[in-house]
Design a protein around this ligand. Structure first.
Ligand SMILES: Nc1ncnc2c1ncn2[C@@H]1O[C@H](COP(=O)(O)OP(=O)(O)O)[C@@H](O)[C@H]1O
Ligand SMILES: [Mg+2]
Length: 297
């Protein structure tokens, strides 16, 4: 509950948070509130807690990656933010306003966009139809205007507007899915493993040309990725989730260079084969305290 204006169109690329034109009117902290934050968030399913005391912040123009082994709770963290898992403690804040446990549709209206790992586009429909569905809450004229704005972010989609999504490549489909979420002019984009099932080359393309581009256009981007190294090379800040807790949170380059985190990724067998050169130091031991799941060597 603070000074932030509840909902503005946020059409174009937003400038960096520091150089804004309007100084905060209230008595909030010097920089504007993060577009999205969690404070000591705990959540799970039924009576079973999965994530514990997770603190996270994502600001406009920032790409924040959450990485960690399979089963660490990355998707659960996103589901908790999106009101899809059971909250057991803590808070979710959007632009400084508490939105803990709010249903997804309400979050969308508040400027939070979500691209799920699967079922993120409608295969039997054309790209243009998928985009229109993403903007179903908008009036017709507004929808057309917004589609133009989205195509300005992803110009490659323009020539594909009449393609049926079911006939497209994985990378094109993901671009369609992200564009669909963009139709509601979200300030925050939440992406759950956008590269799942994609080849190494397409993974690079999706992360570079799509995910990084969103942040460069001023969106706050929260990326969950199991392909940790690929994500860490592009992200600004990263949190490593291990067994539902943040094991490290730092500039992504620091996380990438951390021998301790290399062990985490080796333990999770995240993408060992994908990048031979990136690891600082890795020996055969896959050993992480309390790791959920460690595959054999
Ligand atoms: N719908 C669910 N009901 C019960 N347990 C679940 C459910 N979804 C995930 N889990 C459990 O939560 C833990 C974390 O899973 P998840 O958040 O999917 O991890 P990640 O996305 O990091 O691979 C796992 O132990 C998983 O079995
Ligand atoms: Mg997951």
């Amino acid at each position: 509950m603070s000074s932030a204006d509840p909902m503005e169109p946020a059409a174009g690329p937003a400038p960096r948070p520091a150089g804004g034109t309007s100084p905060p009117a209230g008595t909030a902290a010097a920089p504007a509130s993060p577009a999205l934050a969690t404070r000591q968030l705990a959540a799970g399913y039924g009576d079973v807690p999965v994530i514990h005391g997770v603190d996270l912040e994502v600001r406009a123009g920032q790409l924040v990656a959450v990485v960690g082994p399979n089963g660490a709770g990355k998707s659960t963290l996103l589901k908790a933010i999106l009101g899809l898992a059971r909250i057991m403690g803590g808070q979710v804040l959007a632009d400084g306003n508490e939105v803990t446990g709010r249903p997804l549709e309400e979050l969308v209206r508040l400027g939070v966009g979500y691209v799920p790992q699967v079922d993120d586009v409608f295969d039997p429909l054309k790209v243009s139809e998928n985009l229109n569905m993403g903007g179903y809450l908008l009036g017709k004229d507004e929808r057309a205007t917004r589609m133009e704005e989205v195509l300005a972010i992803f110009p490659a989609l323009r020539s594909r507007l009449n393609r049926y999504v079911g006939t497209m490549s994985g990378g094109e489909r993901k671009m369609t899915a992200i564009a669909r979420a963009l139709m509601m002019s979200p300030r925050v984009l939440i992406l759950d493993e956008p590269t799942a099932g994609l080849s190494a080359a397409l993974t690079e393309a999706v992360l570079n040309d799509q995910v990084r581009t969103l942040a460069d256009h001023g969106h706050a981007v929260l990326l969950v990725e199991q392909k940790a190294q690929a994500a860490l090379r592009l992200a600004d800040v990263a949190s490593v989730l291990v067994q539902g807790r943040v094991a490290m949170s730092a500039p992504a380059a620091e996380v990438l260079a951390s021998p301790q985190m290399a062990e985490v990724f080796l333990g999770g067998r995240a993408e060992q084969a994908a990048d031979a050169g990136g690891q600082a130091k890795v020996d055969g031991q896959a050993k992480v305290d309390g790791q959920a799941k460690v595959d054999g060597p």
